[in-house]
Write a protein of this length. Structure first.
Lengths: 976, 277
C-alpha cells in the first residue's frame, strides 16, 4: 500500500487549517497556536513508483500550490512540537473523493485494479491539555457517525468492505404477548409506536395466524410514523380553550372535538377558496400552481431538525438534498430552480457552561448548518435566494432547519399514474446503512443519549449524485420513459414503494437493490434512508432506454420488482418471502387515537416604564438584534445567482448590502414572468397567542410579496409547523390554536395553502426535564409576477422623494423586540384585520404595477423604526420622519400613556400590514388618489445628507443619528 | 448554417451553468448544444463539428481533489488530440469559473506545448465560497484608452474582449478563484504578451484589496487568455449579466442599458467565428 500525504506549500493559505483554528477559538479554547491540514490517500494495487509519481503529479497534487510526500515516515502522534490527529471514514462509508480519484487514475490510462481510501490529518501546535484536545477532536475534527480517529493499530480500520451478509429470516413474537412486552418491543426496536398501535398490529397478525417478520413490523412503523403519517394533524383532538386570568375561573371552558385538524383548517381553506390556478394541492410531494399557459410551478418546504441537532452539516446537507427531490418527484418531475432556507438557533453567544449535555453549541450548529446548505445547494446549481435566521434560547437543544425548493415543469407533466405491470425501478445512488430509522427517530424526542442511540439516523449527502439524477430524470421525463416517479425520503424504499404501490400493490426482490457495500440485511435494505434515490414505475419495454440515459450520466437505474395489481406488499430476499402485507391495512389500519389539547390564554407581565426621551440607542440596539441584523455572512456563501434568473437578490441597494423583502427569480430565461418567494416567521407572538402568530406570519409573507411589486392575485402559501411533543395537551393546544389562525387568515386574505409539513417532538430531555422549542410556524409564499420589470426593491432611491407610511400602527408591542429589550413579553400581540389588509395589499399592488413606487419595505420586527432605517442606509440616503403623521391607534390608557400616545410605541410597534413607501414628488397626487380609503400618511422625505432624524409626536427630535452608524450597528453582529 | 456557429457546451456530473451559458450564446446568434463528455469519449459526438468549445461553471465531479481537476485530467488524457486539432483549426475555447479552473489545470491556459500546468486557482483568501459582484478592468481597452499611463503597450490578441468598456461589472461565485503562478516570471510573461485580460478593480478602475479583489488573486488577475487570444478563461460569470434585470442595482438605474456587460464577450466569440467559417 502506498501512502501519499498532500499539503499546502509554505506561504500558501491553508484554508482548512485556518478555519479550524477559528472554530477552536469558538469552542472557548485559546491555546492552539496553529493548525495545519494534510490530505492523505492510501492506494492499493500493483503499482510501481513511477506510476505513483505520475498519479501524484498529474492528479492528486496541485503543482503550483501543494507539496506531497510518498510513504512518509511514521510520525509520533504526540510529538514534542505538534500533535497529529488522523481521521478516517468508517468501514462502509465512502468519501466521494475516492470514486473521483479512481476515475482520474483510470482516465490516465492505468487499467490495473486499484483501490483507494482517504484520510485527513490535522497537525496542532500550541498549549492545550489532553482533555481540550479531546474536545477539539470530538467537536470539530470528526463526525463519529461516519468517521473515526486512526489509532496506532490503524491498518485494520481502513478496510473498505463490510462483512458478507448471511440471510436469516427474523420474526418477532407478537402473538399472545403481554401489553408490557408490546411496549418493550416498540422501544427496543426504535419503532416509536404506542400501545394502541402495537395492539392493532398484533390483532392483524392474529387474524393471519402468524407472527410478523421484523421487516413487516418496520414497514408498518415507518408508514405509521408521525413523520410519514402526520398522526397529530390527521387524528382526532379534543380541544379545550381556557380563558385567561383567575377572575375567569368561573366561566366554562370551551371544548370541541376536531376530527382531522389538517382537513378542518388548512385544507379546508384551500377547498373553500377554489382557485382555478391551483393544479395539485396536498396530494403530491409538493403543491403545484399554474405559472403560465404551458408551465406549472411547484413548491415545498421541509424540516430537518433532528438530524441537524446531532450533526449540523450532514443534517442540513441532506435536508436541502431531500427537499430538492420533492419537486423532482412531483407529477412527472419538475426542474428545481430555487432554494430557500430558514433557521432557528440558540443565541450564538450562549455561555458554554450552560450548555445541556449532549447539545452542540449554537454557533457550531449554525456554522455547520450553513456549510451544509452551502455545499449542497451550490453544488446542485440551484440558487439559494431567500431565507431567515432567528435566535432564541429555547432552540439550544433543538435547532430548526427549514429547507424549501421550487420547481418548474411542463403543465402536461403534472400528474403521475403508475400502471399494473410497471417495473419498480430505483434510480440514483446506491443503498447503504446510513439513515436507518430516520423517520421513526424524528417521531420521538431527543435526549442526551440520542447521539449514541440513533447514530445511524443521520444520512450522508452527495450533491453531485443528486445532480446526475436531476439531469437524467428530466431527459427521461421528456422522452416519456416512466409512468410515475417519487423520491426516496424518510422511510426509504419502504415509504416510496409503499406509497407508489398503494393501489396496485408491489412486489420487490430486495437482493436486486444496488448496494454501496456488502453486509446489509434485507431489512436494512428496505428501510435505509440513503440519499439521492428516486423510485419510478417504468413500463418493461422502456427500461433499456431509461437505463441508457442514466448510464450516460454515470448513474444507475435498476429494476427491483413490479407493481402487480394485487394490492399487497410482497418482499422477497433471494426467493424467500420476507414481507406480505395488505396495502389497505398498511395505509388505513392505523388506529385513530384521540389526543387531548388544552390552550390556556397566558397572562404576561406588562412592563411599566416611561417613554425614553432619546430613542436613538434603542433603534441601534434593535438593528443589532440577532434576529434583525445583517445575514450577509451567510447569504454570500450561497450561490444566489446560478441558473441566471436572479432578479431581486437577497442583498440590494447602493452597496449591495440592504435586506430584500422577498426574492424574485425568472425560472424561464426566455420569458419575462417571474416567481416571488418570501417567508413569514415569528415564534415570539406564539408566547401570547399562536392564533395571532399564524395570522402575523401569513401577513408577513404576503406583505413581502407586495413589497417587491407582486400581488396576491396568484399567490399561494405553505405551512410548516415545528412543535413540541403533541402528546402533551398544552403543546397540542397551542398547535390547534395556530391551525385555527391559519384557516381564518387564509380565508381572510383569500390565499390558499397548497402544501405543508409538520415536525413534532422538538423537545430535548435532559435530567428528566423536557425542554420544548417555542411552537414555530413558517409560512412560505410563492407568487407569480407577470413582468419582472415591475419588481420593486427596498432601498431608498432619490433625495427629495416622499416617504409614506401605509397601514395602521397600534400599540401592539406584545412579544415585540422592543419589549424584549426590557425583558418583557406583554400581552397585546399584533392582530390582523384580514379584509382591510387585503384591500390595502391590492391597492399597493395597483400602485406598484403602475410604476408609482420607487421603493417599498415592509415593517416587521422593530417596526417602522427598523424598516425606515434599513431603507435609508440601503439606499445611502438620509431620512426625516414625522411620527405625528403616522396613522396611529392608541390601545393603552391610564398611567402608561400620555394623551398623545408614545413615541417609542409608534416607532417600534410591530403592528401587521404596514409598509414604508418611497414615492417621487411628481407622483404624489396620483399615488394618494389610488390609496384613498386605506390608512396611509405622508410621513417624511429623503435627503442627500446622511442624517437620519425622527420627530416625535410632540414635534421634538427623538432619534438623531446618521445612516453609517445605523448600518454599522446592523452589519456588525454576525459579520464573522 | 454558415452564419450560425455551433457551440459545444460541455457538461459532466456537477456542471451547472450550462443552460444559461448556452442561452447567452443563443442570444447572440450561435447554435449551442449541450454535450456530455461521455458522448465525446464514446465518439458519439465530435469536438471538430463545433466552432466554439464552452466550459461552463459548476462543480465538475464535485470539485473532488481540487476544483476542476478531474475533468481537466479527463480532457488532457482522453481528448488531448481532438482539442489540439480543434485549436489548430483556429477555433475558440471559453472557460467560465469552473471552466477556467479546468483550462488552467489541463494546461490549456496560459498554454504551452506540453500542456503543463503553470498557474493555478486556489482557495480564496477569505477561506470560503463567496457570491458577489465585482468590477473588472479590461486590459485591452485600458491599454487603448490610457497608452501613456499604462505604459506597457501590448493590447494582446484576445478575440473575446473586442469593444468592451474599460471597466465592466460581473458577479463572481466561487470558493477557489485565487490566481497564483508558479513564479513571478510567468505573470511577467503574461503581462508582456497581453494575456492578462481581466483584473479585479473598483468602479473607477483602480486596484484595491478585499473585497474589490474578492479572492486575493496575484496581480488582481480575474481572467487570462492564451498566446493566440482564442482561449479565454475567467472566474466571473458573463452569462449572469446578459440582461439588465440581472444587475444587482437595476431598480436604481435612471436609464437601463440595452444589454448586460457580459453579452459582448459571447458576441465577440460568435462574430469572430462567423468571419472565419
Amino acid at each position: 500500500m502506498w501512502t501519499i500525504e498532500v499539503n499546502e506549500k509554505k506561504g500558501i493559505f491553508d484554508a482548512v487549517g485556518e478555519g479550524i483554528k477559528k472554530d477552536i477559538l469558538d469552542l472557548g479554547i485559546s491555546g492552539v497556536r496553529d493548525v495545519r491540514f494534510i490530505q492523505v490517500y492510501f492506494i492499493n494495487g500493483d503499482l510501481g513508483r513511477r506510476e505513483i509519481t505520475a498519479i501524484c503529479e498529474e492528479l492528486l497534487v496541485d503543482p503550483i500550490s501543494q507539496a506531497y510526500c510518498v510513504n512518509p515516515p511514521v510520525r509520533s502522534r504526540t510529538g514534542a512540537r505538534e500533535t497529529t490527529v488522523e481521521v478516517s471514514y468508517n468501514p462502509g462509508v465512502m468519501d466521494p473523493v475516492e470514486e473521483s480519484a479512481l476515475k482520474g487514475i483510470r482516465d490516465m490510462g492505468i487499467a490495473k485494479k486499484v483501490s483507494l481510501k482517504t484520510a485527513k490529518k490535522y497537525l496542532l501546535t500550541g498549549e492545550f491539555s489532553s482533555s481540550q484536545l479531546t474536545t477539539i477532536t470530538e467537536k470539530l475534527l470528526y463526525n463519529k457517525l461516519i468517521q473515526h480517529i486512526v489509532t496506532a493499530s490503524a491498518e485494520d480500520t481502513r478496510v473498505l468492505e463490510g462483512d458478507e451478509y448471511q440471510f436469516r429470516l427474523v420474526t418477532v413474537d407478537l402473538l399472545g404477548v403481554s401489553d408490557r412486552r408490546l411496549k418493550e418491543i416498540s422501544v427496543q426496536g426504535q419503532l416509536f409506536l404506542n400501545l394502541d398501535e402495537m395492539r392493532q398490529i398484533r390483532d392483524y397478525f392474529k387474524g393471519l395466524k402468524r407472527n410478523p417478520t421484523g421487516c413487516e413490523l418496520e414497514t408498518i412503523a415507518q408508514t405509521w410514523s408521525e413523520h410519514c403519517w402526520h398522526k397529530t394533524f390527521r387524528g382526532r383532538i379534543r380541544y379545550t380553550e381556557l380563558p385567561a386570568g383567575k377572575s375567569d375561573a368561573g366561566s366554562t371552558p370551551k371544548t370541541k372535538l376536531i376530527n382531522n385538524l389538517l382537513k378542518s383548517t388548512i385544507m379546508k381553506a384551500t377547498g373553500e377558496l377554489k382557485k382555478s390556478w391551483c393544479v395539485s394541492v396536498f396530494k403530491d410531494n409538493s403543491g403545484v400552481i399554474k405559472f403560465d399557459d404551458t408551465y406549472n410551478v411547484c413548491f415545498k418546504v421541509e424540516t430537518h431538525n433532528h438530524p441537524s441537532a446531532l450533526e449540523p452539516f450532514g443534517g442540513a446537507n441532506t435536508g436541502i438534498g431531500g427537499v430538492i427531490r420533492d419537486p423532482l418527484g412531483t407529477g412527472m418531475g419538475a426542474k428545481p430552480f430555487l432554494n430557500t432556507d430558514v433557521f432557528c438557533f440558540g443565541p450564538p453567544d450562549y455561555p458554554f457552561e450552560q450548555l445541556p449535555p449532549g447539545c452542540l453549541h449554537p454557533k457550531r450548529v449554525m456554522k455547520g448548518v450553513v456549510s451544509g446548505v452551502r455545499d449542497y445547494g451550490n453544488k446542485m446549481g440551484i440558487p439559494t435566494v431567500n431565507g431567515a435566521v432567528l435566535f432564541h434560547e429555547r432552540f439550544v437543544g433543538n435547532p430548526l432547519v427549514y429547507c424549501g425548493t421550487a420547481g418548474i415543469m411542463p403543465a402536461n407533466q403534472s400528474f403521475k399514474h403508475p400502471r399494473k405491470g410497471d417495473l419498480v425501478v430505483v434510480a440514483g445512488g446506491r443503498t447503504g446503512r446510513d439513515g436507518i430509522h430516520g423517520a421513526t427517530f424524528s417521531s420521538g424526542e431527543l435526549t442526551h443519549e440520542s447521539e449514541k442511540v440513533s447514530s445511524g439516523a443521520v444520512q450522508i449527502g452527495n450533491p453531485i449524485q443528486e445532480k446526475k439524477i436531476v439531469d437524467a430524470v428530466l431527459q427521461a421525463r421528456d422522452r416519456g420513459l416512466y409512468n410515475a416517479i417519487t423520491d426516496c425520503g424518510a422511510g426509504g424504499l419502504s415509504s416510496a414503494v409503499g406509497e407508489m404501490g398503494q393501489e396496485l400493490g408491489a412486489r420487490v426482490d430486495l437482493e436486486k437493490v444496488p448496494l454501496k457495500y456488502s453486509g446489509l440485511s434485507y431489512e436494512e435494505i428496505w428501510i435505509s434512508e440513503s440519499q439521492e434515490r428516486m423510485v419510478m414505475a417504468v413500463p418493461p419495454e422502456k427500461l433499456a432506454a431509461l437505463q441508457e440515459i442514466f448510464a450516460q450520466e454515470n448513474a444507475e437505474a435498476v429494476a427491483i420488482g413490479e407493481y402487480p395489481g394485487t394490492g399487497r406488499l410482497e418482499l422477497y430476499y433471494k426467493g424467500t418471502q420476507v414481507c406480505d402485507l395488505d396495502m389497505e391495512f398498511l395505509h388505513e389500519g392505523l388506529p385513530r387515537t384521540e389526543k387531548k389539547a388544552v390552550f390556556a390564554f397566558p397572562r404576561h407581565r406588562e412592563p411599566e416604564f416611561s417613554c425614553p426621551q432619546n430613542l436613538t440607542t434603542y433603534l441601534l440596539k434593535l438593528l443589532s438584534h440577532y434576529n434583525v441584523c445583517s445575514k450577509e455572512w451567510i447569504i454570500r456563501q450561497y450561490d444566489h445567482e446560478v441558473q441566471g434568473g436572479s432578479i431581486i437578490k437577497p442583498l440590494t441597494g447602493i452597496a449591495n448590502d440592504g435586506p430584500s423583502d422577498a426574492a424574485v427569480v425568472k425560472p424561464l430565461l426566455h420569458s419575462s414572468r417571474g416567481i416571488i418567494v418570501s417567508n413569514g416567521i415569528n415564534f415570539r407572538y406564539g408566547f401570547i397567542d399562536p392564533y395571532w402568530m399564524s395570522a402575523s406570519c401569513i401577513d408577513e409573507a404576503l406583505r413581502q410579496v407586495i413589497a417587491v411589486g407582486g400581488s396576491l392575485e396568484r399567490t399561494a402559501i405553505l405551512d410548516n409547523f415545528c412543535w413540541g411533543n403533541p402528546d402533551k395537551p398544552d403543546r397540542l393546544g397551542g398547535l390547534v390554536r395556530a391551525a385555527l389562525g391559519c384557516y381564518d387568515a387564509a380565508k381572510g386574505f383569500s390565499v390558499p395553502f397548497i402544501s405543508g409539513k409538520d415536525s413534532m417532538y422538538n423537545e430535548f430531555t435532559v435530567n428528566n426535564r423536557s425542554l420544548s422549542i417555542p411552537g414555530t410556524l413558517l409560512i412560505s409564499a410563492v407568487s407569480v409576477l407577470p413582468d419582472v420589470s415591475r419588481a420593486v426593491s427596498m432601498d431608498a432611491k432619490h433625495e427629495g422623494d416622499l416617504i409614506y407610511v401605509v397601514g395602521e400602527t397600534a400599540d401592539e408591542l406584545g412579544a415585540s423586540l422592543y419589549f424584549d429589550a426590557f425583558s418583557a413579553v406583554g400581552n397585546r400581540v399584533p392582530h390582523v384585520s384580514f379584509g382591510k389588509a387585503r384591500r390595502m395589499f391590492d391597492t399597493l399592488s395597483t400602485a406598484s404595477s403602475r410604476g408609482l413606487i420607487r421603493a417599498m419595505h415592509d415593517c416587521s420586527e422593530g417596526g417602522i423604526g427598523v424598516s425606515a432605517a434599513e431603507m435609508a442606509f440601503a439606499g445611502g440616503l438620509g431620512m426625516e420622519l414625522f411620527l405625528s403623521e403616522v396613522p396611529y391607534k392608541q390601545l393603552y390608557g391610564g398611567k402608561w400613556n400620555t394623551d398623545e400616545g408614545r413615541n417609542d410605541f409608534v416607532l417600534f410597534s410591530e403592528s401587521n400590514s404596514r409598509f414604508v413607501v418611497e414615492v417621487a414628488k411628481r407622483d404624489q397626487k396620483v399615488f394618494e388618489k389610488i390609496l384613498r380609503g386605506i390608512p396611509f400618511a405622508l410621513a417624511g422625505c429623503l435627503s442627500a445628507d446622511k442624517e437620519f432624524k425622527v420627530y416625535g409626536l410632540d414635534g421634538k427630535v427623538c432619534v438623531r443619528t446618521n445612516i453609517d452608524e445605523l448600518k454599522l450597528a446592523w452589519k456588525e453582529p454576525l459579520q464573522w | 448554417m454558415r452564419n450560425k456557429p455551433k457551440v459545444l457546451v460541455l457538461r459532466t456530473a456537477g456542471t451547472n451553468c450550462d443552460v444559461e451559458t448556452a442561452y447567452a450564446f443563443e442570444t447572440v446568434g450561435a447554435v449551442p448544444e449541450s454535450v456530455h463528455i461521455n458522448q465525446l469519449i464514446a465518439g458519439k459526438k465530435h469536438i471538430r463539428d463545433y466552432a466554439i468549445l464552452a466550459l461552463s461553471g459548476g462543480f465538475s465531479y464535485g470539485d473532488d481533489i481540487a476544483a476542476g481537476k478531474i475533468l481537466a485530467n479527463e480532457m488532457r488524457f482522453r481528448l488531448k488530440d481532438e482539442i489540439q486539432k480543434f485549436l489548430r483549426e483556429g477555433k475558440l475555447i471559453i472557460g467560465i469559473c469552473n471552466g477556467f479552473q479546468i483550462l488552467v489545470k489541463s494546461g490549456l491556459l496560459p498554454g504551452n506545448e506540453a500542456l503543463r500546468q503553470e498557474v493555478s486557482l486556489i482557495i480564496n483568501d477569505s477561506g470560503k465560497f463567496e457570491d458577489r459582484w465585482v468590477y473588472l478592468r479590461n486590459s485591452r481597452t485600458h491599454e487603448l484608452t490610457n497608452p501613456r499611463t499604462s505604459g506597457r503597450g501590448n493590447i494582446g490578441k484576445c478575440v473575446w474582449t473586442k469593444d468592451i468598456p474599460e471597466v465592466i461589472y460581473l458577479p463572481v461565485a466561487h470558493g477557489e478563484g485565487k490566481f497564483v503562478a508558479a513564479d513571478e516570471k510567468i505573470v511577467e510573461r503574461l503581462r508582456k504578451n497581453g494575456q492578462i485580460v481581466f483584473q479585479y478593480c473598483d468602479a473607477k478602475g483602480e486596484f484595491s484589496g478585499y473585497p474589490v479583489n474578492p479572492n486575493g488573486s496575484a496581480d488582481h488577475i480575474a481572467g487570462i487568455c492564451d498566446e493566440t487570444g482564442r482561449i479565454l478563461g475567467l472566474m466571473p460569470h458573463p452569462e449572469r449579466y446578459r440582461e439588465v434585470f440581472q444587475h444587482p442595482r437595476w431598480t436604481r438605474m435612471k436609464t437601463r442599458p440595452a444589454e448586460g456587460d457580459g453579452l459582448q464577450i459571447f458576441r465577440n466569440g460568435v462574430e469572430y467565428m462567423k468571419n472565419i467559417l
